[in-house]
Design a protein around this ligand. Sequence first.
Ligand code: FES
Length: 88
Amino acid sequence: MWICSCHAVNDGMIKAFAKEHGCAWKKMTQELKVGTQCGICAKEAKKILEEAAGKPASSLKIAENASNPDCEAPALLPCGKCTCTCGK
Ligand code: FES
């Protein structure tokens, strides 16, 4: 299933990434570019990443501006990674 149409990323690619790198949202945005253009896919991509990395999806805290590269108020995943691409 396609998750990020801007960068042609499917759920299998995210699961494979999680298997290799764990819950590494920032790294995933850098390598797969998921969530870095329009940002529509960010919430679903993070959910898949978390689940594949063994984190309960219910514990996700997704900010409305999660894909905003200028985010001043990042929301953190249970693993401590920022949910946006601000690099914080
Ligand atoms: Fe993923 Fe646009 S659908 S950045």
